[in-house]
Design a protein around this ligand. Structure first.
Ligand code: WT7
Length: 633
């Protein structure tokens, strides 16, 4: 079918989409929302339940440590679960989950509440207190979601470490959070094979001795896990005990109390524990979700991310549950056992909205359209993309082959630190493939130069956010100086937030994200610091120095290339190359595996000894390295 709604490469929504859309007009509402930002957010907050209404919408008396809805009393669970138990939503499916082997589990809101409450009582029996940070290291199974919600319900802070991370990454995060309790699983299924999470957790607990209690879900049942007496407990055994009563009061929290921390990569080797709160985060995730994905009571929503990333926190768990939506979640690989796995699940469950990453789209596109065409995807209404810029080719395939020219693509730009969508279309927005379009309500964004001058359309510059918003990160755990330094120092005078991305704005005011400006890499949409990969390499006995860069890769966006200087006794070779790659995998995880290891004798450095990664990158790409006056040699 020829798509008649395309003009100058602009894709217009159909009348049907427009007639269904909650927001029919963007520009006017946007102008109103930025003219009276606090008024806009107060109205949004009113759609949620509060134990006590806030005194002040925005407290900016201690910039950049903004506070939202101060004086307000709530708990995100009060909105994500409790209030639904009083309406017909109680009987609605909250979660449809499918495991990679094909096992299916479903939870109504009522059932979810029971499971969450039972687990809160287990946590309480283990002495977990309000404010304590509990680390979760789990596969994509319902227990991960249940454990997150249970922590929130009693006011404990969850720190989810993505199940694809390995020993060092986990140990470091446990230690920084000073966690006493770890929740994990024996493993999960990925490409038909069980992963071995408990084994990694055991190693990590050896390296960071703060854990006193470790609760393990039996998911695969395949591995003999070492369980230490008095420290290790099985989830199912605890949940079967009388302590696990299905009743529990939800803890009353201040709006600004911490809901979770989530580690993300920055420019140094040490990951940042980004802090989010109960009040503002709830308002922000719910509003963005409702407006952008236009969720209807009859919808089935599938965000194909892992709950262990911010995408999963905000748009598998909290935003959708607050809106009373039905969530789909899937454990395994998109192409297992065949490349039609996703499409068959969309058909089987009648999914209406699919939200995923450009990497996943490119990966599935590789297998060809016939896998998609085997299935009836008529239930789809909207599509979404997140994590990295989507190249127009992948966009068109997604739009034409998956969405059959009917489903607008919401290309949402945001970050772990923003909590929710910042630049995003609405269903009514005319789309340009590759552009995340315009700011969400309440936000003013700009592309500026070093001094903060706004750049004319078409020119590449630094992306900044000019205002506070309720979903913003409040701090970095244990490191307020770093919070100021990384996000607020560059445009201190103007009070702007530095996103770390470069971007362009076009004549129509559409934003085009180009990529990270710092030493953060986006590989398959995953965020990694060059320094993290380098420190993993240097921890190998053969390596004295290393520099990691990202080079363009058709499938993954970027691929890691690592330059390595060896110690005297060691000589380069295929064997060592393989060993170093595996070493990075065992320290950080498979997502950080370098595609290339390049042995070298020197690295370009500044006079102060900092590695100039951009020079390496320019060299590898055969480009002009730009200003190299600070280069030592
Ligand atoms: C970085 C943040 C937000 C959830 C997943 C990633 C890149 C994110 C887009 C997009 C172009 C994007 C940016 C950003 N990014 N979404 N739609 N178009 N780039 O969260 O791991 O904190 O990474 O992801 O570079 O800074 P994250």
């Amino acid at each position: 079918m020829e798509n008649k709604r395309t003009k100058n490469d602009m894709y217009y929504p159909s009348d049907e989409i427009v007639s269904k859309a909650t927001v029919k007009e963007y520009e006017k509402r946007y102008q109103e929302s930025i003219k009276d930002r606090e008024g806009f957010w107060a109205k949004e907050a009113e759609t949620l339940d509060w134990y006590k209404r806030w005194d002040k919408v925005l407290d900016d008396s201690n910039k950049p440590f903004y506070k939202w809805f101060t004086g307000g009393k709530t708990n995100i669970i009060h909105n994500a679960i409790d209030r639904h138990l009083k309406t017909a939503t109680r009987n609605k499916l909250a979660l449809i989950w499918e495991g990679e082997p094909g096992d299916v589990r479903t939870f109504s809101y009522h059932a979810l509440d029971r499971e969450v409450s039972k687990f809160t009582n287990v946590l309480k029996a283990m002495g977990v207190k309000k404010g304590e940070i509990v680390t979760l290291y789990m596969p994509q199974i319902p227990e991960l979601i249940i454990a997150m919600l249970a922590c929130a319900k009693i006011g404990a802070v969850h720190s989810v470490v993505y199940g694809g991370f390995s020993v060092e990454a986990l140990a470091e995060r446990i230690e920084d959070a000073n966690s006493r309790v770890l929740i994990t699983a024996d493993g999960g299924f990925r490409r038909g094979k069980p992963t071995r999470l408990k084994e990694i957790a055991n190693e990590a607990m050896k390296r960071s001795p703060t854990i006193e209690v470790c609760i393990t879900v039996r998911r695969t049942g395949k591995e003999d896990c070492f369980m230490e007496t008095d420290r290790d407990f099985w989830w199912h055994e605890l949940m079967g005990m009388p302590i696990a009563s299905p009743y529990c009061e939800t803890e009353v929290m201040d709006a600004e109390d911490t809901l979770f921390i989530l580690y993300t990569s920055g420019t140094t080797g040490k990951p940042k524990g980004v802090v989010h709160t109960h009040g503002g985060y709830a308002v922000y995730t719910a509003s963005t979700f409702r407006y952008v994905f236009d969720i209807k009571p009859e919808d089935r929503w599938w965000c194909a991310a892992d709950p262990g990333w911010i995408t999963g926190h905000s748009y598998i768990v909290y935003g959708p549950l607050i809106c009373g939506a039905t969530i789909m979640s899937y454990e395994g690989a998109p192409n297992h056992p065949y490349p039609n796995r996703w499409w068959s699940m969309i058909e089987k469950y009648g999914i209406n909205i699919l939200y995923t990453s450009p990497t996943a789209i490119r990966g599935l596109m590789r297998f060809g359209s016939s896998w998609v065409e085997k299935h009836n995807l008529d239930s789809l209404r909207l599509l979404g993309s997140v994590g990295e810029p989507i190249n127009p080719e992948a966009w068109r395939w997604y739009y034409e082959v998956v969405g059959k020219n009917r489903c607008p693509i919401m290309d949402t730009w945001w970050q772990t630190e923003t909590g929710g969508f910042m630049i995003t279309p609405l269903p009514i927005t005319p789309l340009k493939p590759g552009s995340a379009t315009k700011p969400f309500f309440g936000n003013e964004m700009a592309v500026v130069d070093d001094k903060g001058n706004e750049l004319p359309p078409g020119e590449e510059g630094t992306l900044v956010i000019k205002n506070p918003w309720p979903g913003m990160a409040r701090n970095i755990l244990n490191d307020p100086d770093r919070y100021i330094e990384k996000y607020w120092k560059a445009y201190e005078k103007q009070g702007w937030y530095l996103a770390g991305d470069s971007a362009r704005m076009d004549e129509d005011g559409y934003f085009w994200i180009i990529g990270r400006m710092d030493d953060v890499l986006k590989v398959s949409g995953y965020r990694l610091g060059s320094a993290e990969i380098e420190s993993a390499l240097v921890s190998h006995p053969a390596v004295t120095e290393a520099a990691a860069i990202g080079l363009p890769d058709e499938l993954r966006g970027n691929a890691i290339h690592a330059f390595v200087i060896l110690k005297d006794k060691f000589s380069p070779g295929k064997e060592l190359e393989k060993e170093l790659k595996e070493h990075v995998v065992s320290e950080i995880g498979p997502i950080a595996k370098p595609q290339e290891i390049i042995f070298t004798d020197t690295l370009p450095k500044t006079r102060s000894g900092k590695i100039m990664r951009r020079v390496l990158k320019a060299q590898a790409l055969g480009q002009d390295p730009g200003d190299i006056t600070t280069l030592e040699d």
